[in-house]
Design a protein around this ligand. Sequence first.
Ligand SMILES: NC(=O)c1ccc[n+]([C@@H]2O[C@H](COP(=O)([O-])OP(=O)(O)OC[C@H]3O[C@@H](n4cnc5c(N)ncnc54)[C@H](O)[C@@H]3O)[C@@H](O)[C@H]2O)c1
Length: 269
Amino acid sequence: MKSVRNAGVVVTGAGGGIGAALARRFAAEGARVVVNDLDAAKAAAVAEETGAVAVPGDASTVLPAAREALGGVIDVYCANAGVAHTGGPEAAEDAWAASWDVNVMAHVRAARELLPGWLERGSGRFVATVSAAGLLTMVGSAPYSVSKHAALAFAEWLSLTYRHRGVDVHAICPAGVRTDMLRDTGAAGDLLLRPTAVEPDAVADALFTGMAEGRFLILPHPEVAGFAAARATDPDRWLEGMNHLQRKVEDLGRPGSPPEAEPRGRSRD
Ligand SMILES: NC(=O)c1ccc[n+]([C@@H]2O[C@H](COP(=O)([O-])OP(=O)(O)OC[C@H]3O[C@@H](n4cnc5c(N)ncnc54)[C@H](O)[C@@H]3O)[C@@H](O)[C@H]2O)c1
């Protein structure tokens, strides 16, 4: 892998959690970093700590100001901002729309703006923070599971289409990571994510290892590869197992309960 020293790097949703860890790591490796977040104060704090530039606002609108801050060239784009809405089909329309907009379309819009320049100069790196939910599912959170599957599909498509033209794509698919988002996942998180949750820095480590090895799929929890293989090999058995977990969550009587329970559709963002 080419060193990221002096590379122009944008990280969306970097005011905390995984994004802040990515921004810190890129900065520590000598990159010039733009820290984006909807929360301007959080973006400013991480930027100050890392010697980066803060560009607050929605992830979908960050590129013009980020490009200017980096002197015209973005070498690495980390599409990390994400929202986690719970519920099933009964979740509010705006919860479904926000999941689609932030978890998927922000990636599409960024790629649309970045690709012409990357293809012209024959290099660029697109890093999507997806989730193990994009390979598997998240009990109790249909908008999250569906949009993360779409984010992974988009990252795969980018990789297979442009890898011979110098564009590297990575999809980070962690299970639980100790961030604000994890704190809000209720009983499903208690059961499925918290026991094996890792620190955000471990996700940054996994990305840098994966970039050095030229790998598309970045799995901070290596066991996720086995679960994905089991899902692909015997979907009915996998669904039985997931339904068993769903029923355990229902027994706990908290988030992740079935649709006839009180509809939920909130985001913590
Ligand atoms: N925490 C986990 O267990 C976990 C697991 C797998 C994947 N992920 C994914 O990792 C990414 C980062 O999540 P996190 O766990 O660090 O959460 P987090 O809540 O700590 O950080 C997310 C940040 O994104 C910002 N944000 C939200 N919407 C935005 C938007 N439209 N534009 C700009 N910023 C926005 C928030 O203000 C917040 O600071 C998300 O895509 C999430 O889905 C998290």
